[in-house]
Every structure is written in C-alpha cells, then in structure tokens.
Design a protein. Sequence first.
Lengths: 291, 738
Amino acid sequence: MRSEMDVYVPRTLDEALQQKSAHPDAISLAGGTDVMVEINFGRLRPAGIIDLTRIPELREWRREDSHLFLGAGVTYSRIVRELADFVPLVQASRSVGSPQIRNRGTVGGNLGTASPAGDALPVLAAYDAEVVLQNRRGTRSLPWHTFLQGPKKTAMAPDELIRGTRWQVVNGPGSFSKIGTRNAMVIAVAGLCLQVDQDARQVRVALGSVGPTILRAPEAERFIAERLTWDDPGAPVTDEVVAEFAELVGRAAKPIDDVRGTARYRVHGCTVLAGRALRWALEERKAFKWL
Amino acid sequence: MKTKTGVRGGIGQSVRRVDGVPKVKGEFEYASDLRRDGMLWGETVRSPHPHARIKAIDIRAALESPGVRAVLLAGDVPGKKTYGLDAQDQPVLAWDVVRFAGEPVALVAAEQPEQAKQAATKIVVDYEVLSPVTEMEAALQADAPKLHPQGNVVRQLRVIHGDPEAEAEVWVEGTYETGMQDQAPLGPEAGLAVPAEDGGVDLYIATQWLHADLEQIAPCLNLPPEKVRLNLSGVGGAFGAREDVSMQIHACMLALRTQRPVKIAYGRQESFYGHVHRHPSRIWMRHGATRDGKLINVQAKLLVDGGAYTSTSPAVIGNATTFAAGPYAVPNARLEGTAVFTNNPPCGAMRGFGAVQACFAYEAQMDKLARAVNLHPIEVRLKNALKTGDVLPTGQRVTGAAPVRDLLSRCAALPMPPAESPLDRDRMLIPGGAGNVGHGEALTRGVGFAAGYKNLAYSEGFDDSSEAWVRLSVDQEGPLAEVKTAAVDVGQGLDTIVTQVVRTELGVQRVLVRQPDTAIGSAGSSSASRQTMMTGGAVQLACQAVRDEVLRRAGTSIIPDPLDEYLRPPIEATRVFRHRRTGKLDADGQGDPHVSFAFGAARAVVEVDTELGLVRVVQLAVSQDVGRALNPQSVRGQIEGGSAQGLGLALMEEIELKDGKIRNASFTDYLLPTILDMPPVVSDLVEEPEPGLPYGAKGVGEPSTVVVPAAIVAALRAATGRELPRAPVKPDELVGIR
C-alpha cells in the first residue's frame, strides 16, 4: 500500500481531462461523500485524486430543447432549490444524507460510485437518462443501464470523466420514495421511482437497493401501460389493477439480506411503495396540468 | 438553603452551562484536540478474529516502516499484563489467546498518524483461528470451550423473596430481548501521554473516573501511583463508554518507551471496537397476580452477554436481577440472573446499567397482566406501585422518596399531542420522514406507558466517596471561590452544578472550577447518576468548613458583607462526602445493596405505518422523581437526552454481530436518532426531597433512559397488536414478516 497520494486541483475542464488522461489510476472526486468514506475506512487507496470541485462547467445544468442536461457537479442542495419541476429528482435529492452531505454530494458522484443504494439513480433510470462521458478526444453518451454495470462497476474508461447526465423532459407525474430505518439521513433499504410518461404512454418504475444495480420493472410497466386509459386520465383504475401492478414490481426486486434489512422485507417494501406511487400518480394525472 | 441577596446563579436556578458557549463556538478543547511539540501518534493493531490463538507475531516490516519509533507487544508491558474495573482479566495486549474481534494485539508509534497506520498494516500476526462462542445459552453448555479459567459464568445470583412457590389466580409469561447498544459518545477515545523527568508519565485523558484509570494504569506500567499523573482533558460525552480503560495504558507504554509525547485518538470505527457496550439481554418472566391485578409472585430468569471480559458485568447483572420485579410491591419472588462470557465484544457500563433491560421485560409483563385482568395499564401499575416503607425483593426497605403513584398519575395526565390529519402536516412528519414513503396511508397511533427505577451511586458495599477542595480568597475584583475535585464533567453539566453549590453556600459570585486531576482524592465515577449528590455533597461540605472559618474570623453568625477583609490569608478546606453504607447480598440475594433510588414514568405516543413498519414517535412524556431540581433546565436536558438514547434502543440502535464480528461499526449503519426521529419531550419534575442527600437532590441522568424504551415498544404493541418481544423493533417485525 502506498503511503503517499497525489492530489490534482484542475481549474478548467481541459486541465482535468489532461490530468485524467495522464493519471488514469487517479480517482475523480467531487463532493467526496463516498470517496472519502472509503479512504477513511481503508477500503480505497487511490494513487491520486483529481478534485473536480473547481471546474465551473461541471456545476451547470441547462435545458437543451426537450432535454435537461445536469452537470455532474450539481449538488443535491442545488437540485432541491433550482430544479423544482423535476419532482422525483428533488424528492430523491432531499432524501440524501444530512444538509452537510447534500451541500457536498452530487449526482455525478452517485453515478461514479454506482452503488445500488445511490438515491438519484432510480430517478435517472425512470427518466431513461443517458450518462455523458468525456475524455480528451471527445464525449460519448451511454444509456443509464449500459453505464451502470453492477455494484460499484461502471462502463467508464480510466481516462474519462462524468460530464453529466441528460434526459428527455417527461410529461407526466412521478415520485421517488425511499425506505430507511430512520426518518432522515439513512441509506436506502429500498428505493423506488415511478414516472408516468403521457407522451410515450409509459409508466416507468425503477428500484434501488434491491439488486446488484438499479432495476426496472418491465413486466409491471407493460401491465400498467395496457390497463391505463391513456386518453382519459379521469378513467377509474381498480384496486385489483393497482395491487397486481404492485405485485409485479415486487417481483422485479432481486434483493439480498444484509445489515440494513432482509430480502423479504425489501420485496414487501417495493410492493407497498409501488402501489402508493401509482395511486399518487393517478390522482395527480386527474388534475388538469397533465391534460 | 437561601442564596445570599445579590448573588445570582445559586442552586435551584436554571443557570446557563459554564461550558456552553465555548462548546457551541467550537472553542472547547476536547481530548482529540490535544497536541504537544514533538509528539508521536499511536496506533493499535487489533485481532480480526473473535477467538484465536496467537502463534507468532512478526514486527520486522513494521519496525522498518517510515517514521516508526516503536512497535510494542504484550511482552513489552512493563508490569501487570491485565487490567479491569472489577476482575483484572483483560490483557493490555493479547499474548496467547484473543477473545473478541477488535482485541488489541500490538501498538505502533510513528511521527505521523498515516505512518503509524501504514506500519500497523505491516504487522503480521499468525493466528490459529478457534471457533467462537457467540450465543449466551451455548456458552453455558457443559461442553462449551471455557473462555476463562473459571468457566463462562461471570456472575450468577438469585434473589429469593417471601414464598417463591406462592400460587396466584392469574399468570402471565414472556421472554424478552434487548440488543447490544453503543454509547456512541460524539468524541471518540483520545488522550496524550507525556513522559516525565522523574521516570513517570503525565496522561491527559477524556475519562469518567480519573482514579479508577490510575489504579489500573500504574500497575501495568510498573510505576508507583504517584508517578502516574492523570489530567482531565475535554470529554465529548461518555454514557458509560469511558468507564473502562481504552487507550490509556497503550499511550503511556509508547510514551515511556520512546520518551516522546504520544497521542492516541480513535476514529469512529475504532471506537466501536475500543469500548464496551450495553449488555444484550434475554429475560424470561412469569408474573402471578390476583384476579383484580394485585401482584403475588414474580419469577424471572435473566441472561446478559458480558462478552469477552468481566468489565462491569457483575454489577450490571446485580442491578438487572435486583430490579427485575420493577417499582412494585411484590410479596414473593424468585429472580435469577446470569452474566456470561462469550467471544462477543465486551459489554459493560451504559446509561441505565442493567435497569434498562429489566424494565423492558417487567413493563411488558405489566401490560400483559393489565390485559389479563382487564385493567388499564396505568391502573394495574397504580395498584402495585412501590411506596416509601415497602420492602424490595432483596429485603431492602425503601426509606427515601418513592413517589411511584404520583409519577404514574402525573405522567398519564400530561397533555396528549393533538390528533393530526396526515393531509395538513409537513410530509416530513409522516413515518418514514424524508424518505417520502407515504401521504398518510395505513397510519395508526398507539400509546404506551412504563414505570421503572434505578439505583443512585454504587451498590453492594462499594464506598465511592468524593473529595473536594475549596479556597476562598480576595483579589482586585473582590472575593473569589476556587473549587477543585477529581470529578469529571462528561457533558452532563457537573461544573455548572458545582458553581451553583459554591455560590449558594458561600454567597460569592465569582467561582472558578479548576481542571480535575489525580493530585486530589478520588471523586468516584461520573456514572450511576451520582456526581451531583456525591461531588455536590463534597463541595457543600468543603464550603461549609470555609464558611465556618469566615464566621470565626468575623465573629458573626452570618457571612459578613463585604467579605474581603476576612479573606487575608485565604481560607481553604478539603472535605470528603460518603453516602450511607450498603451491604453485599447473601446467597439468597438478601441484603441492603442500594444507596437510594430514582423512579420515572414515561408515556409514548407513536404513529406506525402498518404496511411498511415505519415509525414516528409523536410525543414522549416523562415524569421523573428528581428529589430536588438544582438546575431545572439541566434536569430537563438530562431527561430529553436520556429519552433520545432510550428511543434509539427502542427503534434503531443496535450493534449487529455475525459470528462475533461487528457488521456496522460506523454511523452509516449504526443508526442514532436524528432530530426528525426525536419528538418533543414533555418533562415533568416531581420534587420530593430525598432525606440524607445534599439539598435533597437525586441523580437525574438515567431514569428516562430506563423507562422510554419500554414505553415506546408498549406504544408500538398498542398500535399494531403484535408481540414485539425484542428491542430494537425492526420494520419487518412491525409488519409481521420476520
């Protein structure tokens, strides 16, 4: 184990990309709320650290036609303050850690760490977001499910940085929910994001902390897409349909027992959250703003 | 006692904490802030195995590692190889067998903390891994590996009271468990050892009891006690975690070996391995009563897991067993307690000290009895409530205040929280909080009660006296009182109380509390809710002696005003306060074991999301027997803090073990309540002065921690109709899928 570590402090994106290219074994660091924990526990000992917090381009978000681009360095606190239109993302961001952690932590960090418990990740999955990567030669975009390869495993090349994430702005209600054994500042036992897409006539559901990576619930999504009366948001949906949808979502979960909860409880939790999230979305859909 | 006119901040007033502003501003120096020029950093190598034989230790690579100045093993311990508060059975460094995962095996001192950590990883210990004994029942089997020469029983006692075979009309029975709670003081263990020219050592340390540390450190260093001088450093909370020695001997060994100052400061993870925890318990009880709910007979078998070494287990099981019938008049009882050795982390002192586990069991039983005889939980408790003059199962007669009936009726009458619609409240106040898991679905409320009690000061014949020195002098600004004791303000506010006592007794506004050290006599531990009465008492006695001298000099019967001319030369006095003598228990658990008692009652109102098993505690209401509140705001602070720690045990705080290894040694996964989990506490101070104690004040730190876990879990049972025999209650138990 090395005792020394090089810390790079680039001021521009170009500088950062050059350093990442020159030192592919250096780890990028934004808020440090994951990386520093790993280092302090002795589980991670990178040869170097590239501190990305001084690069203005990474801290931007913008609308690009019908898409939203979210820079990797936008903190959860800023998302809560500045991106109120993106309700599930705001709800997920508000559920992250403490105020101090939300002031430091970023969605780019969630992507880089690629933990199945990353709170923003089910939201990106339900948005069908893509991840924008950049190295000295250029940028490329990967769908979220191609980028996230497994627990703490991504498709990012050693010379790449996470530039940000981009998704098509969705027309329809949605929500994010997270179960934890404490009422705040807790790692998810199970997380769920449900997003209705009126234009695509889809209901997309993504689950966190119940599998090696973020999971979607395709069977449940197909089932509910067929049962909804897409042209009439006021059309009733029976309790049986909601229950079956919830059941199918529960079946999509592939959890394990660990120190935070049992697999059985996690499946149960996904089922309950799915039923609730669907009802909330259906209620909201009845309101005029989605017509 | 009347405070002299014009002197502010005497006893009975909500005086602001003397350490409050520096702590809030970040100016208070905690032990982890200690620094000295040329100091080295110490690091501890710990066993990863809960049970193993050490075959060899190779330190060559570590010695050659950059910056390393010393690597020490068990053979380097200069004196006695073991220490302990009760039995000295815990190795300073393991040399033969390790008995828990996290047991110290080697020490490193290096110029930089990183260098020390790096070197520690280079120490190669060759272990022969042995199979660990991790279950209490398994440890008691005849064929279980003996973890200590005397076997696996730390202490076994029984209390036989009246006719334990007495018949009853109604019986209720249950088995209850509590998990291993961590004290989780926010300041991890830290200290600085500085070698002295006389061959001794000065240790700057955050602890609960300087003299108990000294008694354990000096023999291990093979130094006479006067050559080991302890100086209190800033203590960032304790709750029992600092009763046992942690890094004290280690830092001194490294300092003496290197002849350099050595600092050891644990991080959070190491802190989980470096101190004892609350004993997990499994308690069987059977209560017999008349058809109208009057207790006839209480049977109990208590088992607590002491882990790998003795620590304070004998006193913890003594408490749990003698309190097992609760604050009730019980004519007949058989109470049997056993503390066992296992290869789990050692358990010892934590706020509530055995009384918490017992209360969780006996109060669940009282609710079962209430249902069996069709009485309200409060009624069945009132019917059996202990009062002054009653006899406890040990045969000890309660001579002091025991306002149990008062506590129960007052607690039940405290204002209930208003009913709240889920629709018009902040979503954060729905169970699940920031997780946004519900908009009010499947919510039910439950209300639960608990009463309980705890001894004050040390029991079973222990003479834990306290010494105080007071000096009254005069300078340009007028009279100045200085006070010194070895008593530790762990954050509970003792220094403030001492200041109030001095002002009241001497009528002097300016009081300086000197930093404690071992140059003065022992003050006993800041534990067992004892310092206000013991050190408060010693300071009162010393002040009275000083006052007598003032009166003699002035030839008056009241303190003269102005006082200045009578203080040349200054007046000094040193006095010792002792509590009344107690006695050991006989073979049937009969005797006079406890000094005094503090009682409490709690009501919890909870709201449960019954589909997800998530909880919001809506309100805690605590009526507490405080004798007399010397600083009402501080008393309420203790009740609120004690309630928070009780809430933690009820709902989330547990060291999770697998095969003897801690799985959640961090604040990421060892969950403490946040402000969103902790409801407002309605605290009600019941003041019935305790005869024989200074100002009639009882200790106030523990009763809320004793009763709140039982009250919260009772409320959860009421909300869900489930048994919930174990704390902490997990979400899956609340929805019935465990």
